[in-house]
Design a protein around this ligand. Structure first.
Ligand code: WQD
Length: 339
């Protein structure tokens, strides 16, 4: 079965393409290459044995989306990753985020409207803000977004729910990711941050390889065991497998409409625990300092993943040490083999 993967050359997209092929699906990639590298197609081919079908265009271009849908009417599902996703940038340039993240989604939904498609949406734990109760469950109140980026995820979920409620033939699953980290065990695909990494783990690996002088821990006075923030880090391969599980669930006759699942490990780790886990997993000592808290950061969040285990039939399997070791193997690979 053909599955359209928008943003399929990105960090999570490439890992999901691998797991789709492993599960016997035929992925078709659309990517505008605004935040990804065309050479990831060759890297994918070295893992799956062939170059997947690839189309380069931005989903905000309605004519391109309609043309693609007319030429590719026989897709069985869509996994929609394509979106702008930098929290800080979204605060500085909200219009870019509302334009890109909504027009791409709406054009896609319009182009295939009326077809009985299984639609997996890339959502985020940012919709919860700072939860009142931890671990956070899917029925926790969605709080006012901390950023325009988080707002686009919240509103996109509402758009999808409203479409289903209006009788659309789409079946929809939104996956609320916690913090995706790590890389495929081949070390041939991984995270390729543009410029200075905003996220913790790529900053750790770039410090370890010598590209960055030191890591700044953004605050150690939080109400947590060691004072640094807590997040639910999940291996990107486990995350990718959750997308296959979502397609499988929607292929079942008894699945109807819309559902949402937390995609995390159910465990929280502090920033300092992640740093020490990296050092223990790799033997590389990290240079870090404690700095001021980062504005917009929430103190602590980790997911209740009972619903994913019981209904999505998916559970994360890889631990923090494996996440760190795989992220390091990728950083070393890309340092020796720049794309
Ligand atoms: C993690 C922790 C930082 C860098 C973001 C997005 C979220 C999702 C995952 C898409 C925080 C601390 C970080 C550094 C640090 N992406 N940190 N020094 O902010 O939890 O989530 O990525 O869905 O939407 O918001 O991830 O990796 O930036 O930060 O101390 O140099 O590491 O303060 O506590 P975040 P992150």
């Amino acid at each position: 079965m053909k599955i359209l993967v928008t943003g399929g050359l990105g960090f999570i997209g490439t890992h999901t393409v691998v797991e789709l092929v492993n599960a016997g699906y035929d992925p078709i990639i659309i990517d505008d290459l605004s935040n990804s590298n065309i050479k990831m197609l060759d890297q994918l081919a070295r893992i799956i044995g062939y170059k997947p079908a690839f189309y380069q265009f931005n989903l905000c271009n309605e004519a391109d989306v309609k043309d693609f849908a007319a030429k590719n009417p026989d897709i069985a599902g869509i996994i929609h990753f394509a979106a702008s996703k930098a929290v800080g940038e979204s605060v500085e340039n909200p219009l870019k985020y509302y334009y890109n993240n909504f027009f791409s989604l709406i054009n896609l939904l319009n182009a295939y409207n009326g077809k009985a498609l299984n639609f997996v949406f890339s959502s985020s734990c940012t919709v919860y803000g700072q939860p009142d109760v931890l671990p956070v469950t899917e029925d926790a109140p969605v709080k006012p977004a901390e950023s325009p980026y988080g707002n686009t995820k919240q509103i996109a979920e509402e758009i999808l729910k409203d479409m289903v409620a209006a009788g659309s033939k789409y079946k929809v699953i939104a996956l609320r990711y916690f913090n995706p980290v790590g890389a495929h065990d081949s070390a041939l695909i991984g995270e390729l941050p543009n410029g200075v990494p905003q996220n913790l783990v790529p900053f750790i690996t770039q410090t370890a390889i010598g590209k960055r002088e030191k890591i700044t821990v953004f605050g150690d006075k939080y109400n947590t065991p060691d004072g640094s923030c807590i997040r639910d880090y999940i291996h990107v391969v486990d995350l990718a497998k959750a997308h296959v599980a979502a397609l499988k669930l929607m292929e079942k006759e008894n699945f109807t409409g819309y559902d949402v699942f937390n995609i995390g490990t159910g465990n929280g780790s502090t920033v300092l625990e992640v740093i020490h886990a990296f050092e223990d997993a790799t033997g590389v000592k990290l240079n870090y300092q404690i700095g001021a808290p980062r504005s917009g950061d929430i103190e602590k969040v980790w997911g209740n993943v009972t619903k994913s285990t019981e209904k999505l039939n998916w559970t994360a399997e890889l631990n923090l040490s494996t996440m760190m070791a795989s992220a390091w193997a990728w950083e070393k690979y890309i340092a020796e083999n720049p794309l």
